[in-house]
Design a protein around this ligand. Structure first.
Ligand code: PBG
Length: 333
């Protein structure tokens, strides 16, 4: 493409098409609509329960019956997909995270309830053990606290199968174990879940932006050490491309970059290199930053939300997981 203008000022005035709203709309290179949004929801035990999360102002944990309400709301707003994260009661957490494999755990009950009430909405489930372990790590650990790759992967396959059996449409491994996409794909194929998709958290960084999420699922206070032994170093971009290449070769239908805004360079490189559906997770700390800016009078929420979401689209995202999904869909509707 030739970006060198053949005319110069004043024949060429780039401000001309910006002069009116209809014209700006006509030349816009990128679109943003509710169908670009995936809404993460936190699930808690009980009935009729809404528990606000202090570090995520405006976001709550919902009991299963109220998750169903959120699903109806999302459907009406044109949001195509929900992402579920359980806040497992402390007494059900264990070293090995066995509750992840319980077909009647909070996650599975929520999937079944929503599939029953709102069949035509996608459900994405996180595959990782951290909401279920007593140490807050995404996998099984050895005596020294090292997260064991292959043993964890075996558990993740079983977890994904339990979620798929409950009705999950997309399983999203967020654990960063090597080889888990292939193992989960094989498990799904062998168990009659041919059309269950895998969205791989392919480039997931060891980030300081996950704090409020860990409060929301109740793993933050429990976490021993950090996740740098399995999540990626924020210094690395080439490595993200290798992660994506591997996950695609292993059968991922789509890939995710996480966090979002600080990693838009990764989104762009992945999109250009692989031309596959790329999603970004605008994570809890990013949401909290916007809300803190709004609370401090430093910006307008609606404008900040729509601008950041458009930036994800411009960078190459097919869609964005965002806690602002319902609000943004309302603004766009
Ligand atoms: C767990 C998981 C995390 C997030 C999504 N899945 C946290 C972590 O890796 O510690 C973070 C999402 C957010 O911060 O909004 N495997």
């Amino acid at each position: 493409m030739n970006h060198h203008p053949t005319a110069a000022f004043p024949a060429l005035r780039l401000r001309r098409p910006r002069a009116s709203a209809w014209s700006r709309a006509m030349v816009a290179e990128t679109t943003l609509s509710p169908t670009d949004l995936i809404w993460p929801l936190f699930i808690t035990e009980g009935k009729g329960v809404e528990t606000p999360i202090a570090t995520l102002p405006g976001v709550s944990r919902w009991s299963v019956d109220r998750v169903v309400e959120r699903a109806r709301e999302a459907k009406a707003l044109g949001i195509p997909c929900l992402a579920f994260f359980p806040n497992t009661p402390p007494e059900k957490r264990s070293d090995d995270g066995a509750e992840a494999l319980n077909p009647d755990n909070l996650m599975c009950r929520a999937i079944r309830a929503v599939k029953d009430a709102v069949p035509d909405i996608g459900i994405l489930t996180d595959v990782a053990l951290d909401p279920y372990t007593s140490h807050g790590h995404d996998g099984l650990t050895d005596a020294a606290g090292y997260v064991l790759n292959d043993e964890t992967t075996e558990q993740l396959v079983l977890q994904a199968l339990v979620q798929a059996a409950a009705g999950a449409d997309i399983v999203a491994p967020s654990d960063m174990m090597d080889g888990r996409v292939a193992a989960i794909r094989a498990g799904l194929e062998a168990n009659g879940h041919r059309n269950v998709q895998i969205m791989a958290y392919a480039a997931k960084y060891a980030s300081a932006f996950y704090g409020p999420f860990r409060d929301a699922v109740g793993s933050g206070g429990l976490l021993k050490g950090d996740k740098r032994g399995y999540q990626m170093d924020p210094a690395n971009a080439e490595e993200a491309l290798r992660e994506v290449a591997l996950d695609l070769a292993e059968g991922a239908d789509s890939v995710m970059v996480k966090p979002g805004l600080p990693y838009l360079d990764i989104v762009r490189r992945v999109k250009e290199r692989f031309a596959v559906p790329v999603f970004a997770y605008q994570v809890s700390g990013e949401y909290a930053m916007i809300e803190a800016a709004v609370a401090a009078g430093a910006g307008d929420r609606d404008a900040l939300v729509l601008e950041t979401l458009m930036a994800f689209r411009r960078a190459g995202c097919s869609g964005v997981l965002t806690y602002h999904a319902a609000h943004a869909a309302r603004l766009l509707g």
